[in-house]
Design a protein around this ligand. Structure first.
Ligand code: NAP
Ligand code: HSE
Length: 438
């Protein structure tokens, strides 16, 4: 017996939306067999229907730029939101939820800043929100944290969560491409956000980390609460010195829970030892290492951005929602941040890490002693010093790595180092990140 089709609406039809439409069209038979009923795209809301018609990603008759037309479409119980951003898109999502429509979204910004309100709104109206595509592209990290690892107390999460940044860093380190050219390639391949500053500043990864940490630790974390440094200020010289010392540079997103329940949330360029699995993650791939008290170390790896990888996650969510099991889980389990208390953050100055420091020092007798005395007085123990030969009296880069030290102590010491008359410019400081033993 043929089952009635399940109507799907979509807001946005760009890189990801085009991929969703393509999968629904090309894999229709497979999805119908798996679900027991066909999924049918009934209406697509865009900002500019003329432009979307010209792009030809969905049949012209489905497109509208009139929200009233979209929301007036009957038999459309599920809406996929792949427009991105907040403002009008938040209002569209809220309207869907108020109408009792289930929402499948790839929008980490919306979730990171308005997640608790949106989840609560969904619950009040018997709707649900599925969001695997919001973090990690094709990598099912959201599903893993929600369901596969539900039995664990999660202690830490280390991730490469931004495909654009990882692509740029790979192009710079392995192919010697300039930063701007690598970014332009990432944009051309559909990895970057509409505003790529969100990627390179680390904010996109910070939003994803807030979403994942909320799930992992059972807290309410917002993107703006994540300590965030991007790759836009990195100097190629440091990437090269790091390589000499055996490290790869990665933009890491790190969430760790202390025994008192406080949490550290940070995104920053990090040196990772070249032998570690995260150092082997290249191009637009993402990887996330999760540490559960029972599972130990679990690592997920895959394409973190791009049309079909992201559409893969969206359509999987869509099928889960359409089957009815996800909305039931959403209504019964208490996994989502509308149930949780605001996160209690650890002061970034109290974080303990190893550090890479580069200063431009005058090559004259006694310089090293001055620098190492400042570190010694701050209780910071050095693990390596690297300096290439230079003409006497010239300024030369001096690279120092430390053993474990408090971030606050390092910052204080570097302020003093910067004031030395034998130092030129501002010292560079990059964290060297070691993974827990899982
Ligand atoms: P995109 O290529 O820029 O497409 C966005 C689409 O949404 C465009 O069709 C745009 O129309 C439309 N749109 C924007 N604002 C709208 C509004 N207020 N009402 C209706 N339509 C609107 O973006 P994308 O790369 O597909 O990303 C979409 C979402 O997926 C974002 O949340 C992004 O963070 C997320 N995501 C993207 C990737 C990726 O690899 N690209 C991966 C994971 C998650 P116009 O063209 O007329 O502006
Ligand atoms: N701009 C994002 C990235 C898309 O590069 O990772 C995937 O969320």
């Amino acid at each position: 017996m043929a089952h009635a089709s399940i109507g799907v609406g979509m807001i946005g039809c760009g890189t990801v939306g085009g991929g969703v439409a393509q999968l629904l069209r090309e894999q229709a038979d497979v999805y119908t067999r798996r679900l027991g009923a066909p999924l049918e795209l009934r209406k697509v809301l865009v900002r500019d229907a003329m432009k979307a018609r010209a792009a030809g990603l969905v049949p012209a008759a489905l497109l509208t730029d009139e929200p009233r037309n979209f929301f007036g479409t009957h038999d459309m119980p599920i809406v996929v939101e792949v427009a991105g951003g907040r403002g009008p898109v938040s209002r569209h999502v809220a309207q869907c939820l108020e109408m009792g429509k289930h929402v499948v979204t790839a929008n980490k910004l919306l979730l990171a800043e308005e997640g608790p309100e949106m989840f609560a709104l969904a619950r009040r109206h018997g709707a649900s929100i599925a969001f695997d595509a919001s973090c990690g592209g094709a990598v099912p990290i959201v599903t893993a944290l929600q369901f596969g690892l539900m039995s664990n107390r999660i202690d830490a999460l280390f991730g490469i969560l931004n495909g654009t940044c990882n692509y740029i860093l790979t192009q710079m380190t392995q192919h010697g491409k300039p930063y701007a050219a690598a970014l332009a390639e990432a944009q051309a391949q559909g990895f970057a956000e509409a505003d790529p500053a969100l990627d390179v500043s680390g904010k996109d990864a910070a939003q994803k980390l807030a979403v994942l940490a909320s799930l992992a630790f059972g807290v309410r974390a917002r993107g703006e609460q994540v300590w965030c440094e991007g790759i836009d200020t990195l100097d190629l010289a440091d990437i090269r010195f790091g390589a000499e010392l055996g490290y790869e540079i990665k933009l890491l997103a790190i969430a760790q829970r202390a025994t008192d329940g406080r949490v550290s949330l940070r995104v920053h360029p990090s040196f990772v030892h070249a032998d570690l699995p995260l150092a082997q993650v290249h191009g637009a791939f993402n990887a996330i290492s999760v540490y559960g008290h029972a599972a130990g170390h679990v690592m997920l790896y895959g394409r973190g951005a791009g049309r079909l990888p992201t559409a893969s996650a969206v359509v999987s969510d869509l099928i889960n929602v359409a089957s009815g099991w996800y909305p039931v889980a959403f209504s019964r389990l208490r996994l989502w941040c509308d149930y949780h208390q605001p996160v209690q953050l650890i002061d970034p100055g109290d974080l303990v890490s190893r550090f890479y420091v580069r200063v431009n020092a005058k090559d004259v007798p006694g310089v090293m002693a001055k620098i190492t005395t400042i570190f010694g007085d701050a209780g910071i123990s050095l693990s390596a010093v690297l300096q290439h030969e230079a003409a006497v009296g010239q300024f030369v880069p001096v690279v120092i790595t430390t053993h474990q030290a408090r971030e606050g102590a390092i910052r204080g010491a570097l302020k003093k180092v910067e004031q030395l008359d034998v130092i030129q410019g501002t010292p560079v400081c990059i964290r060297v990140v070691d993974m827990p033993q899982g």
